[in-house]
Design a protein around this ligand. Sequence first.
Ligand code: BYC
Length: 480
Amino acid sequence: MNIINVDYDGLIPNNVNLSGDPRVKAALEKWHPGYLDWWNDMGPDGFQESLVYLRTAVSVDPKGWAKFDYVKMPDYKWGILLAPQGEDRKIPFGAHAGEKAWQEVPGEYRAMLRRLIVIQGDTEPASVEQQRLLGKTAPSLYDMRNLFQVNVEEGRHLWAMVYLLQKYFGADGREEAEALLQRRSGDEDTPRMLGAFNEETPDWLSFFMFTFFTDRDGKMQLEALAQSGFDPLSRTTRFMLTEEAHHMFVGETGVGRTIERTCQEMQKAGIEDPFDINAVRKLGVIDLPTIQKKANLHFSLTLDLFGNEISTNAANAFHAGIKGRYREDKLDDDHKLESSTYPVTRFKDGRIITEEVPALSALNMRLRDDYVADCQGGVSRWNKVIEKYNIGFQIKLPHVAFHRHIGEFSSIKADVDGNVIDDAKWEKSKEEVLPSSSDKDYIESLMNPQFEPGKFASWIVPPKVGIDNKPGDFEYVKIA
Ligand code: BYC
């Protein structure tokens, strides 16, 4: 079996020699129809028969793994793709650091591993559910294609987690795999597991913010799982990360293109004050303060996905060698963290302070810090666009205490600068820092579909280059 190239002969494309593993093959084949039912019910609404110019993985070689072609989404080659097994890989951190990486589930950590895999798996279909109506208001065929690419790959990421559950966790793994198809984003009775995945993605600016901020949590969490001493999890997540990069590209360039259109139109109309919202909105673009509010919302919702700043779960997972730090293999320390500390931002005695705590219990905070730094890079690139037009405005990440529902700051209200405020002040100022219903109505009024090849909605500029170097008027989706 060639691990680099994908075997497309059977029902389920894979590079894990599925045909030599009849038990798992049968379990996956049994799960497959339920998956397709879920996709047909909850995947992109109204475009299942359309031909979409999608990339499909044909190999797991980082150079040139993708092949582009027109595909109907239900016929997409969802499959099981693992990065190649490293020769003689060792567990990189925790109590077992330096021991041989596990090829089977270590019994004592079974429950912990299963929980992490289920949580990861749950987010993937959730995002498809959240985005299912967006195709109908796509600002261009280029953007529509990118949405569908993200969607099919999130579907594949669900396959990736389901493979691990079915191969390594027996009957309870199969039950969890079924349950992943039963929960629904935003459902009162059977919601998805993590908060942000039950929120709505009502418009395209939200979609771009989600792929910038929330997919980036995906990147950080997958990076941490890619360090795992459980080798199949490490290999699976490593390949997922190569797909994830495009999702964040869609988010960063989507917001960047929205900002650029706003700045262009302001310049053309001679509007210098970015806070003259009425004047800017008359131009049919999204004013910068509203873009800031959307960023505030999606950033704060995503910070909740890192869990509690101080977490025994995270400490246990690290100690066990199951979930590492961002780029653990590039860090220069003992990789055990038993005697070091880490600064954590906390709410104590009515104030926000920074306190050194044992590094093992601060791993969620540390990953979140790495995440915030990664976000800042993208935000700075957005600000370069605004600077180019000489407009006096900068997008800023709000303080980590702003609008939180999980962790140290979930019991307080803080403004975007991290000042603790009372409920009355919060209620009064909320609409200045988070999208109000009139902001939502305005954005919704702009969400007119643009389905003509090469044409773009009023509020967004075209991309600099096409997907797969296609020309500007390429028909990325042939709508059925
Ligand atoms: N909502 O000890 P704590 C992605 C629960 S995104 C609801 O702080 P821990 C993607 C927690 O479960 C990446 N509940 O938690 C992006 C625990 O409950 P139990 C997804 C929450 O474990 C875009 C309790 O609070 N992957 O891939 O240290 C599109 C105590 O919490 C939340 C992962 O997250 C919340 N936000 O950290 C598509 C990786 N936060 O079990 C895809 C796997 C915490 O005591 N997951 N709780 O009842 C993990 O590593 C961890 O579970 C978490 C939480 C980081 C999520």
